[in-house]
Design a protein around this ligand. Structure first.
Ligand code: HPA
Ligand code: ZN
Length: 337
C-alpha cells in the first residue's frame, strides 16, 4: 500500500536534525529586519526566495549565515523558536532536539546569554504547546577549536538548558578530530554528543570512522556515506547509533536525496531517522521530507512507521518515554487509513 501524505502528517514523530536558524522563514526574516533596522538586501518574500541559490553545502552556508543578522534580542530568538513549534505541531512532532549555533551570533556581538535565554523562552512556550523540546548547542567547525572551547565554557552556567553538543557548518578541511578535546570534555561532563558528517565530503568515510571510534558520538547527522564501508555499518548496527537524515536538504546540496543509502541502512536495521535540517531554506518540513523519500524510493507503510519509531529510539529520552511514544505510533497506525 502506498503511503499517503495525510498518514505521514498525523504520524507521531520526533525531529532530531533541525537548525533553529534554518527555520527562519522569509516572513519573519523581513519582519525582524524591519524591526531591528538591518539591511538584508531584500525587501520582499519573492526577493528573499530568489536569493536562495545553492548547489552545495558551501554555497548554502554563504546565504544562510548573513541572514542571521536580523536576530538581535531575546524576543527575536524566542519568536524564531515559536515559529518552528507552530509548524511542528501541524506535523505531529511530539519531541524535538534542536540545533543552535551560538558562535554565529556571539561573533557578531550578540551576547551568549541573549541567544540561550531567548531560545529557551521559546522552548518553554513549545512545551506549553505540547512539544517536548530541547536544545543541542553546535560548534561551527570552520572556527577554531579554541573558540569552541570558549563557547563551551560560556555555556556551562546554562547547562540545564542544553541537552547535547553538536558540530556543524563547513566540513571541508575541518575534520571531527579538530574538536576532540572539547567533545571529550562535554562527554565527561554529561552532555549527549552528535556530529555532522555531511554528504559526499572529502574523506567522508574517514570522518565517519573518527566520529564513531575516536570521538564516540551517539548519533551521526547525515552520515549515509557509511554504506561505503561494511565494517562501519556493522559497527553502527551493533552499537545502535542513530542517523539523522535529511533527504530534501540532501537533494539541494548534492545531486540526490541519498534515498537508496537510507533505504539500504533502514532495511539492515539501522536507526535511520528523517528530518528537515533547514526547512525554511529547502521549503520542506518534516512530513514533506518523509513523503518525498517514501514516494521516490517506494517505502512501504511499515518502513515509514519504522522511521517514526526510530526517531524516538534514537532520541535522548528515557526508555519508558520511548516505549510510550512507540505505543502511540502503534495505536495511530492501527486506526489510520
Ligand atoms: N550541515 C552543516 N552545517 C549546517 C547544516 C548542515 O546540514 N545545516 C545548517 N548548517
Ligand atoms: Zn544539519
Amino acid at each position: 500500500m502506498s503511503v499517503t501524505k495525510e498518514f505521514i502528517y498525523g504520524l507521531p514523530k520526533a525531529e532530531l536534525h533541525l537548525h533553529l536558524e534554518g527555520s527562519l522563514e522569509p516572513e519573519l526574516k523581513l519582519r525582524l529586519a524591519q524591526k531591528n533596522k538591518v539591511d538584508i538586501g531584500q525587501s520582499t518574500i519573492e526577493e528573499v526566495k530568489a536569493s536562495y541559490q545553492f548547489t552545495d553545502l558551501t554555497s548554502f552556508l554563504k546565504v544562510y549565515y548573513p541572514a542571521m543578522n536580523v536576530l538581535q534580542d531575546e524576543d527575536d530568538f524566542c519568536a524564531l523558536a515559536v515559529d518552528y513549534f507552530e509548524k511542528a505541531k501541524k506535523h505531529n512532532v511530539k519531541h524535538c532536539e534542536l540545533f543552535f549555533d551560538p558562535q554565529a551570533h556571539t561573533s557578531r556581538g550578540v551576547p551568549f546569554e541573549t541567544v540561550i535565554n531567548g531560545y529557551y523562552k521559546g522552548i518553554e512556550k513549545g512545551r506549553e504547546m505540547g512539544i517536548d523540546a530541547h536544545l543541542i548547542m553546535c560548534f561551527l567547525r570552520d572556527m577554531t577549536a579554541d573558540s569552541a572551547m570558549e563557547t563551551y565554557k560560556a555555556a556551562l552556567p546554562f547547562r540545564d538548558k542544553i541537552l547535547g553538543i553538536g558540530l556543524d557548518s563547513d566540513e571541508r578541511d575541518n575534520p571531527p578530530l579538530k574538536f576532540a578535546e572539547v567533545f571529550d570534555r562535554a562527554k565527561r561532563e554529561g552532555f549527549h554528543v552528535t556530529m555532522h558528517c555531511d554528504i559526499d565530503q572529502k574523506n567522508s568515510i574517514g570522518h565517519i570512522y573518527d566520529v564513531l571510534h575516536k570521538i564516540g558520538v551517539e548519533r551521526i547527522d547525515h552520515g549515509t556515506n557509511i554504506v561505503e564501508d561494511p565494517a562501519l555499518v556493522d559497527y553502527v548496527l551493533a552499537h545502535r547509533i542513530g542517523f539523522t537524515c535529511c533527504p530534501v536538504s540532501n537533494s539541494f546540496v548534492t545531486e540526490d536525496m541519498k534515498g537508496r543509502e537510507m533505504k539500504y541502512l533502514l532495511q539492515r536495521g539501522a536507526l535511520i531517522t528523517v528530518n528537515s535540517d533547514d526547512p525554511a531554506y529547502f521549503q520542506s518540513y518534516i512530513s514533506d521530507d518523509y513523503h518525498a523519500l517514501a514516494s521516490k524510493y517506494e517505502l512501504s507503510r511499515e518502513d515509514v512507521i519504522q522511521i517514526a519509531k526510530n526517531s524516538f529510539l534514537a532520541s535522548w529520552i528515557s526508555d519508558e518515554a520511548k516505549r510510550n511514544y512507540i505505543r502511540m505510533i502503534d495505536e495511530y497506525a492501527a486506526k489510520a487509513v
